[in-house]
Design a binder for this molecule. Structure first.
Ligand SMILES: Cc1cc2ncn([C@H]3O[C@H](COP(=O)(O)O)[C@@H](O)[C@H]3O)c2cc1C
Ligand SMILES: O=C(O)c1cccnc1
Length: 351
C-alpha cells in the first residue's frame, strides 16, 4: 500500500509470545480458570502490549482536547458556548471531574486548546494549538477545511509524541466542547452508514421539543454532507470537530508507538471509530472504559467490538468514564502479577 498520510504507517506489533506466557500464568494462579473474567483478559492484553509476562502501569496520562462547534448556533445544546472556555479554566484549577479523577489515580492531566469560539489564548496551563475559532456551522457548510482537519489530527499525534518521550504507558483522551454530542452523532452516522436519529441523545440534557429540534438539525446536516463525505477524512471535514480530530490523531499515533489507550464515552468512541477507519491496526491498542448513557454509544461499541469495563450511567465526557476504569485496570495487573500459583501456595489444582 502506498503511504500518503502519516497515520497509514504500521501500528506497533503485539507480542504473541508474552501473551501466551501470560495465559499460562493465569491458568496456574490459585483460582478456577476464567473466574476473574474480564480482569484476566486485561492482564493478558497488557502482557502482549508490553512484551512482559508481568506488565505494569507506572505512567498513565490523560489529555483533554477542547474545541467549539459552530452548529450550536442552531440551538443543539442545553448549555451556552462560553462553558467550553470556562471549563478549560476549571480543568487547570483542579475542580473538574477529570481533574479530581486524575489526582485520585496519580494520572497526568494536560489540557489542549484545539480552537474555541471565546478567547482562551491567555489561559496559563493550557497548551495552545487553536486551528480556528471553533468549527463552522456544519448544518450550512463543511465544519472545517481539509487543511484544518489535517492540522487537528496532528495536534493529537504531537501530544502522544510528547507523552511517549515521558514514558507514558496508558493513555486516555478526554474532550470538552459544547455541542460535541452533535458532531459525534453526525460523524458516527456517516462512518457507520446509519440514520443519525438512532444516535442522537440528550448530551448535556436536551429534552422534549428541544431534542426533536436537535434531531431535525442533525438529520439535515447529514443530508447536506452525505454525498460530499466519501471517505472517513471527508466525513471529519464535513461534520466533525477539532477536538474529535485531535483525539483520533492521538489514538492513531498511540497505536504506532505502542501505547495502550483506554477509550472514554460517546465522543471518544466516535474519534476511535474514525481512527480505526483511517488505520485498522489502531483497534489492537484499545480498551474501552465505560458504557455511556448517551444512546449512540452502544452502536459505536458494537462497531468497534468493544467490551466496556463499567456501566455507571455516566454521560459526562472529559475522559471521566475511562478514568474511573483505571483502577480496574490496575487491579487486573496486581492480581495477575501478585497472586500465588497453585504450586507456590501448595493448593491442589483442578482436573
Ligand atoms: C459544565 C459542563 C461540563 C462538561 N464536561 C463535559 N461536558 C460534555 O458536554 C458537552 C457535550 O454536550 P452537548 O453536545 O449537549 O453540548 C461536551 O463539552 C462534553 O465534554 C460538559 C458539559 C457541561 C455543561
Ligand atoms: O459519553 C460521552 O462522551 C458524553 C455524553 C454526554 C455529554 N458529553 C459526553
Amino acid at each position: 500500500m502506498t503511504v500518503e498520510f502519516w497515520w497509514q504507517q504500521a501500528t506497533a506489533p503485539l507480542s504473541a509470545e508474552t501473551q501466551q506466557q501470560a495465559l499460562e500464568r493465569q491458568s496456574q494462579l490459585t483460582k478456577p480458570p476464567g473466574s476473574l473474567g474480564q480482569l484476566e483478559d486485561i492482564a493478558v492484553a497488557f502482557a502482549a502490549w508490553q512484551g512482559q509476562v508481568k506488565p505494569q502501569i507506572n505512567n498513565p496520562q490523560c489529555v483533554v482536547f477542547a474545541g467549539d462547534h459552530g452548529v450550536v448556533a442552531q440551538g443543539v445544546s442545553a448549555f451556552p458556548q462560553a462553558v467550553t472556555v470556562e471549563m478549560l479554566k476549571n480543568f487547570v484549577a483542579g475542580g473538574a471531574a477529570i481533574s479530581v479523577l486524575a489526582r485520585f489515580h496519580t494520572m497526568g492531566l494536560s489540557v489542549v486548546n484545539c480552537g474555541t469560539a471565546f478567547p482562551a489564548d491567555q489561559l496559563s496551563g493550557v497548551i495552545q494549538r487553536a486551528v480556528m475559532s471553533g468549527t463552522n456551522d456544519f448544518s450550512q457548510q463543511a465544519a472545517m477545511s481539509n487543511t484544518q482537519a489535517l492540522q487537528a489530527l496532528q495536534i493529537g499525534a504531537e501530544q502522544i509524541d510528547r507523552l511517549h518521550g515521558e514514558g507514558c504507558d496508558l493513555f486516555i483522551a478526554g474532550e470538552m466542547g459544547i455541542g460535541n454530542t452533535s458532531a459525534a452523532s453526525c460523524l458516527s452516522a456517516l462512518l457507520l452508514k446509519q440514520d443519525v436519529n438512532a444516535l442522537v441523545g440528550p448530551g448535556t440534557g436536551v429534552q422534549g421539543e428541544a431534542l426533536s429540534h436537535k434531531q431535525q438539525i442533525l438529520a439535515q446536516s447529514c443530508e447536506r454532507a452525505r454525498t460530499l463525505a466519501d471517505s472517513p477524512l471527508a466525513a471529519l471535514e464535513q461534520l466533525g470537530g477539532l477536538e474529535i480530530a485531535a483525539m483520533a490523531g492521538a489514538y492513531l499515533r498511540a497505536a504506532q508507538l505502542g501505547i495502550p489507550v483506554l477509550v472514554d464515552g460517546f465522543i471518544a468512541s466516535s474519534a476511535a471509530l474514525l481512527a480505526v477507519q483511517l488505520n485498522a491496526g489502531t483497534r489492537d491498542w484499545m480498551l474501552f472504559g465505560h458504557s455511556s448513557a448517551e444512546p449512540g454509544h452502544r452502536a459505536l461499541l458494537t462497531a468497534l467490538d468493544g467490551k466496556p469495563l463499567v456501566q455507571l450511567g455516566m454521560r459526562l465526557g472529559e475522559g471521566s468514564g475511562a478514568a474511573v476504569a483505571v483502577g480496574l485496570v490496575q487491579q487486573a495487573l496486581a492480581l495477575h502479577n501478585q497472586m500465588a500459583t497453585f504450586a507456590e501456595a501448595a493448593v491442589q489444582s483442578g482436573n
